[in-house]
Design a protein around this ligand. Structure first.
Ligand SMILES: NC(=O)c1ccc[n+]([C@@H]2O[C@H](COP(=O)([O-])OP(=O)(O)OC[C@H]3O[C@@H](n4cnc5c(N)ncnc54)[C@H](O)[C@@H]3O)[C@@H](O)[C@H]2O)c1
Length: 386
């Protein structure tokens, strides 16, 4: 018997809402409704995206009886309330990062999701680059040896001048952290996903490089952040996050240095992975022939035919829907526990910047254990079998 198609709705039809709608379609779901900031915008988005209808507001989507999965793609302050409402009405949720605008709210959502017995997936989609999976497999296989150092950056320039603004700049809509919650959270998730290490404490500094933006009240959220972190397996990590770095568009760069080898990945060059050893370095191309078996299923076209960000999104949504149908999300799917962990790291980074001292990453481990975190790689040298 043919399975009923999942009925999905998208709340927030800006940059990322459109990508969710596209990936949902490709995964075989029916886009039954959308909602935007006003009914007029919702109607225009429904027509453009081919949704069956538009709702007067996002809350209507969260409570609609004909929606199986709600995609929350609104500004950050609505992530928590809409996810909670949708869970209360029996829906699975794909909630954009950051999961919530405070750690307390993220923790509350974890309890809500457990009570509702529904999935909440969080689009940390850089996990879906095939060479990222390959790097993870190298670590699982022990090829890097003991992981000692994680370092990198996530740099953008779209908020470079005083004329640049966005709802994210307003702490009331974006949350108390901007750059770190927005993009530092991606870096931290990727670092944990690839290595299996979890961040336990942080010391940091943040700066609002542009305290006055045209037509805005004084800005309280950070443009740049620099954090030094420790992991639960004894490694050090260092990340620089910026939304004001000229010429950098979406440069998520990460290197993991082990006792035997290092790997480095640049999100803007996602067709290759650098693997370094003392006696030489090599480039692994995103060629299915060269990739570890667990990475191959994400290589959807042959080598030499570049893949990218949209393919990551498609793979993420496909895996989430498969999991919803099967009753279990595929291993590696970023979910609520991962969003919660990112919220806890962000909170620690912001508290550390305020206090100037090492600050523990609160509660994430406990909450993650209770809600079923993504299984992370372990190697013989750093704590057990994968
Ligand atoms: N996972 C990723 O890679 C990724 C990438 C980009 C953005 N995001 C996240 O997605 C979210 C949206 O970001 P964006 O870049 O698409 O922003 P955006 O400004 O392009 O879009 C936000 C949309 O929400 C709509 N909106 C505002 N208030 C609303 C309301 N009350 N009800 C319904 N819709 C409302 C706006 O009309 C707009 O269309 C953010 O939380 C961001 O962190 C994630």
């Amino acid at each position: 018997m043919e399975e009923r198609r999942l009925r999905i709705a998208v709340a927030g039809t800006g940059m990322i809402g459109r990508i969710h709608a596209r990936s949902a379609r490709l995964a075989g779901a029916d886009l039954v409704a959308v909602a935007a900031s006003t009914p007029q915008r919702g109607a225009a988005a429904a027509a453009e995206l081919g949704a069956a209808r538009h709702a007067a507001n996002a809350e209507e989507l969260a409570t609609a009886p004909d929606v199986d999965v709600l995609h929350v793609c609104t500004p950050n302050h609505l992530h928590g309330p809409l996810t909670r409402l949708a869970l209360e009405h029996g829906k699975h949720v794909v909630c954009e990062k950051p999961l919530a605008t405070s750690l307390a709210e993220a923790q509350q959502l974890a309890a809500d999701a457990e009570r509702a017995d529904r999935f909440v997936a969080v689009p940390f989609v850089y996990r879906y680059h095939p060479v990222v999976r390959h790097a993870r497999e190298l670590i699982v296989a022990g090829e890097l040896g003991e992981v000692r150092l994680l370092h990198g950056s996530y740099l953008q320039d779209w908020l470079l001048t005083t004329a640049d603004t966005n709802w994210r700049v307003d702490a009331g809509l974006g949350g108390r952290s901007r750059a770190f919650a927005d993009i530092g959270s991606h870096w931290c998730d990727l670092a944990s996903f690839v290595t299996g290490h979890r961040f336990t404490s942080a010391v940091s500094a943040v700066e609002t490089a542009i305290p006055l933006r045209d037509g805005q009240p004084p800005v309280t959220t950070e443009d740049v952040a620099a954090a030094l972190l420790r992991t639960d397996r004894g490694a050090l990590a260092n990340v620089v996050v910026s939304q004001v770095s000229p010429g950098r568009k979406n440069r998520l760069w990460i290197e993991v240095d082990g006792a035997e080898a290092s790997v480095a990945f640049d999100q803007e060059q996602p067709e290759s992975l650098w693997v370094g050893r003392r006696d030489g370095a090599r480039i692994v191309l995103r060629d299915p022939e060269q990739l570890a078996p667990a990475a191959r299923r994400f290589a959807v076209v042959p080598g030499g035919h570049p893949q990218g960000y949209l393919d990551c999104f498609d793979a993420f949504v496909r895996d989430v829907y498969t999991g919803i149908r099967d009753g279990e999300l595929p291993e590696g799917t970023p979910q609520l526990a991962d969003g919660l962990r990112a919220a806890a790291v962000t909170d620690a980074v912001m508290d550390a910047a305020a206090s100037g001292t090492w600050t523990e990453v609160a509660g994430a481990e406990r909450a993650a254990a209770a809600t079923g975190a993504t299984a992370a790689p372990h190697t013989a040298s750093n704590g057990g079998a994968a």
